[in-house]
Write a protein that binds this ligand. Sequence first.
Ligand code: GTP
Length: 384
Amino acid sequence: MKAVLLIGGEGTRLRPLTCNTVKAMVPILNRPFLEHVIAYLKSHGVDDIVLALCYLPDHVQSYFGDGSKHGVRLTYAVEDSPRGTAGAVKNVEGYLDDVFLVFNGDILTDIDLTAMMAFHRARKANVTIALTPVEDPSAYGVVETEADGRVRRFVEKPPREEATTNLINAGVYILDSDVLPHIPANERYMFEHDLYPKLLARGVPVYGFPSEGYWIDIGTPEKYLQLHCDLLQGKGVTALHSAARPSDPASVARGGWVHPTARVEGPVVLGHGCHIGPAAYLKGPVVLGEDCIILEGAAIEGSVLWHHVRVGRQAVLRHCIVGDSTSIGDGSQLDTGSVVGDHVVISPGSYLAPGTRLGDVSQEEPTPPPAGPPRARQDPGGSP
Ligand code: GTP
């Protein structure tokens, strides 16, 4: 089966992490997100994949090439302007077979695609939408179905007490090529708001396939951190990670050098070449990318640091994300939910209040100034 992976969005909610790279390339356990998704698709026999791109396409192409190193065949389709989720599929119509899979490129799941395909065929559906349960449906669009799974209607953000279901669209679809004529060419067109309501109105058989499998959308920093916690604590698996899951949670993949007086409480992943200095404290879940340097007495808890990050003496990082080649000054504190982009230099003694975003966030609402001075500057050529 062929698949179209939708990875053309700008990932604005993940900024500043997506200022220099696409959401599909952000590291998950030190490997690009997309690599995990491709391994999952491959495990279900999907090895012919069209990547529908728009924003920063070169990053993906230069890493994955023709896909042969990852055991799949990749075709790239770059939109000159964003076509929307359905418009992006219309744009690659010429590559597609009678039945194909479409996957939002920012979700990680273990939904059983093989069972979903069997469901699609048994119902003689034209569209099957994977559905996943959420605790509070009021923040999402829910999908109401009949007992046999046929979609009755889509309800956008129902108040909790009025919601008749907690099943939402999981961003995984099986489509018959018969539906492609319903998508206008060369237009921005969305599955959720444009195509599916139109198909329902015309009586086209659209079905929902409920799944209890693991599912997460990494669209926000909170969810990005959550995914790392889930993977390291064994609540979620990826086709890449499951094979490497250790029996000892204290050291998932240890490389580099850890001073004998440093404390590492798992689960922690250390990239190659990391140096953990004297009396430093890592309290998992923590992931450090390659060549990170953690100086004496620094403490890091529940955080993800990308490559080449330097954390100064006695600095404290709690539940935060730090981009490539950023340097955190001695004695600084990054409080819960702080997100720092690439090549930022944080001066010694800085304090980042909870939820601070620092880096190139120019296209976003500015973060309110934290209580203390985050005396930080952008350092375009910076290295630790
Ligand atoms: P935000 O800006 O944070 O909302 O992120 P996003 O637009 O990247 O993601 P969103 O959740 O809106 O979209 C779901 C998936 O569809 C993501 O994997 C996007 O990359 C992808 N996507 C959204 N719009 C387009 C588009 O116009 N073209 C293509 N090819 N993919 C798209």
